[in-house]
Design a protein around this ligand. Structure first.
Ligand code: ADP
Ligand code: MG
Length: 289
């Protein structure tokens, strides 16, 4: 684009709360044919809340909540914050806290190992999930994220956690489809929960159970199929994928790392602004030819 067109595009963007960090971002933005959205904090508001608890046979809700909170008291994860909001002040904190990237957290209380996290973490820990399979399936089918709690190899229960979809997510996806852009969702959350949210939003491609270190690889796979890929994210775990994508969009309310890794910053944290950015970009390119 001519310097004049870039200047106009940049200033139109700035007025709409869309920060193009460099001129190539405008040109690349007009060419995107697959837009990949992170789920938590991008398509959803990222303020998860516990909506249900279920206790395994032989245990109590008080026990479940206290054990989970003793581990999550050490964690910064939004799901940990949801569990702590439910538990109230934590009476006893676990020792030897460890984070299992993208799967959950672990600790030790009274010499016994506690795990708080997803089914992969439980399976790795040798915990039998069968007592709660049907409860989990029902909750995940409803779009809830299920967080299991175990002590040694004993399943104590689970938390069902909900995170509201941003009001503009659905219309953003419809507008991308109207421009013939394919839409994908990428998440560390499980397949069943992801499929439910994707179905609600009309998403074409679901990439679930993706570990933080694998998000950029998934972008690379789409690029290898010949697509020009946009990626929209908010978290530290999205940063490598934002860099790998042809165009990285950071949610303005997201982490500094995501903002630094992106080509475009959506200051209003509105997923619909990716469409506005594409419109401004196409207009700018038309002025150039
Ligand atoms: P996303 O990619 O959706 O932002 P993350 O990669 O942060 O998600 O986490 C992926 C999954 O790992 C979560 O859906 C959850 O099941 C589990 N998890 C990670 N950290 C925790 C934690 N502190 N407590 C419970 N579950 C966790
Ligand atoms: Mg996120």
């Amino acid at each position: 684009a001519t310097p004049m067109a870039v200047m106009i595009g940049t200033s139109l963007g700035a007025r709409a709360g869309i920060l193009f960090k460099h001129a190539e971002a405008i040109e690349q933005c007009a060419r995107i044919d697959v837009m990949v959205f992170d789920k938590t904090g991008t398509l959803t508001v990222g303020r998860p809340e516990v909506v249900e608890v279920a206790v395994a046979p032989g245990h109590t809700e008080a026990e479940l909540v206290a054990l989970a909170a003793s581990v999550e008291a050490h964690s910064e994860h939004p799901l940990a914050q949801a569990i702590l909001a439910r538990s109230g002040p934590v009476a006893r904190r676990a020792e030897a806290f460890a984070n299992s990237d993208g799967q959950g957290a672990a600790g030790v209380l009274d010499g016994r190992r506690l795990l708080v996290g997803n089914s992969q973490l439980m399976r790795q820990g040798g915990v039998d999930l069968r007592p709660m399979t049907s409860a989990a399936a029902r909750l995940q089918g409803g779009g809830r994220t299920v967080v299991y709690v175990s002590r040694e190899d004993d399943l104590i229960g689970l938390f069902a956690i909900a995170d509201a979809v941003r009001p503009s997510s659905r219309s953003a996806i419809d507008a991308l489809h109207a421009r013939s852009v394919k839409v994908a969702m990428i998440t560390g959350d499980n397949q069943a929960t992801a499929a439910r949210v994707a179905g609600e939003l009309g998403i074409d491609i679901v990439l679930a159970d993706v570990l933080p270190g694998q998000k950029a690889d998934e972008i690379g796979k789409l690029q290898a199929q010949g697509y020009s890929v946009g990626m929209v994210g908010d978290g530290i775990n999205d940063a490598p994928a934002l860099t790998k994508a042809d165009v990285g969009f950071a949610i303005g309310a997201g982490t500094d790392v995501a903002i630094d890794s992106a080509d475009i910053v959506l200051m209003r944290s509105d997923p619909g602004d990716v469409v506005s950015a594409m419109k401004i970009a196409s207009g700018t390119l038309r002025k150039m030819h």
